[in-house]
Design a protein around this ligand. Structure first.
Ligand SMILES: Cc1ncc(COP(=O)(O)O)c(C=O)c1O
Length: 393
């Protein structure tokens, strides 16, 4: 990726303050229909309710007992009892989902190892670079679906070179394409992982956008994780930034699940050490915000806000994808979520052409990424046509 997303987003924001016609589709943050960031009033309200004791002291390095248990319950949802029965589990607080990803790469790979990633992906490259790791890619899509054959073939290739392999899968609402694996694809993927019993697999399941999926049961896929054999350590990376729309708070967690108890014992010690020696602790208000929303009484307003937000995002997605389809503007396979990618042969050129028309996007993965999460419906409406005209006529 040639641009720094957060830097470009700030530039676009400044320009938009002077010229409201600017389209700022750069960054993965939800802005409501009035361009306001506090899309979930209950979250800001929850933060305001934290007193000094829940804001100012140092927290435990791993987040502390209530947090660890609360974040596991949050993510596993109604499948918690079943999964806890069949798997050993543990958690560690991290500064955002990003902290969980960085920690996993630091602990479970040696310099020059390969990390297994899709060829279309979010910026895992940055995390790998910092940990002195290389990337080993599989093809993401074939005929509009997840390319399971490539996933298996490439994983087999890598399994012959390297015993311990970190496998990153970002689902649902894959960043940057908006693709979500079907249940059938998911089950087949787990079957593939189970074939590699001679390897130690660290299955990094990045579900940053879990709450934004259009699937009927967002946690159904999680419920199948207990089919994985003892050679697998599943590492769920949870993003409080996306879950609570509180991006700057740096709330996240690494949640480890395995049939192998030793892997979980090792995780507890290694992750807390990694935390202490790098970011030290996750901010106390972040930990306490998750604890606050683990109280059922506080969840009612939160889920009301979340549903409202999901509906708005879904509407933006439908408008864009329907209009793109009607005029033949091509995107990567797309279901729902914060982003979509419009395909372009030369992504850098397309990015600049749009920039000349004050449309800020991100050039990546064979096209330009549009963060629909940050655009009001009146800006989404007609955007596909504008892009088509600028890039392809
Ligand atoms: C796919 C994906 N994973 C993880 C993250 C990390 O988010 P954070 O560190 O803010 O929780 C992001 C943020 O954009 C993301 O898009």
């Amino acid at each position: 990726m040639s641009v720094d997303i957060l830097h470009l987003a700030k530039e676009a924001q400044k320009k938009k303050e002077k010229n409201p016609q600017v389209i700022n589709a750069t960054v993965g943050m939800y802005y409501d229909e009035n361009g306001f960031i506090g899309g979930m009033p209950s979250v800001f309200q929850g933060l305001r309710q934290l007193d000094e004791e829940h804001m100012l002291p140092y927290p435990a390095v791993d987040g502390g007992e209530p947090f660890k248990s609360n974040v596991i319950s949050w993510v596993l949802g109604s499948y918690e009892a079943k999964l806890r029965k069949n798997l050993y589990t543990a958690a560690c607080a991290t500064p955002g989902g990003g902290g969980a990803i960085a920690g996993t790469l630091a602990i479970y790979a040696n310099p020059q190892d390969y990390v297994f990633v899709s060829d279309i992906r979010w910026q895992y490259d940055r995390y790998a670079e910092r940990a002195h790791l290389r990337l080993f890619e599989y093809n993401t899509f074939i005929d509009g679906h997840f390319d399971l054959d490539s996933f298996e073939k490439k994983l087999f290739e890598l399994s012959q070179k390297q015993k311990q392999i970190i496998i990153i899968v970002n689902d649902p609402c894959h960043n940057p394409t908006g693709y979500t694996l079907s249940i059938d694809e998911w089950k087949k993927l787990l079957v593939i992982l189970n074939k590699f019993i001679k390897n130690d697999l660290v299955f990094l399941y990045d579900l940053a956008y879990l709450e934004y999926t259009s699937e009927e049961d967002p946690r159904l896929k999680i419920s199948y994780l207990d089919v994985l054999g003892p050679h697998v350590l599943t590492m769920i990376t949870f993003s409080g930034s996306k879950t609570f729309g509180a991006y700057g708070l740096r709330l996240g967690a690494a949640i480890a699940l395995s049939k192998n108890e030793h892997k979980i014992i090792h995780f507890k010690k290694a992750f807390a050490n990694e935390a202490r020696g790098s970011w030290s602790t996750t901010p106390t208000p972040a930990i306490e915000l998750l604890n606050h929303f683990s109280n059922k009484d506080n969840q009612i307003e939160f889920f009301k806000d979340l549903n409202q937000m999901k509906q708005v995002i879904q509407k933006r997605c439908s408008i864009f994808s329907e209009q793109a389809k009607t005029i033949g503007l091509k995107t990567h396979p797309f279901k729902s979520g914060f982003y979509t990618i419009v395909l372009a042969d030369d992504e850098e050129k397309a990015f600049k052409q749009l920039l000349d028309h004050d449309i800020y996007t991100i050039p990546m993965s064979g096209g330009i990424r549009i963060a629909l999460c940050s655009l009001p419906i009146n800006e989404v409406d007609g955007l596909a046509q504008r892009i088509q005209k600028i890039l392809f006529t």
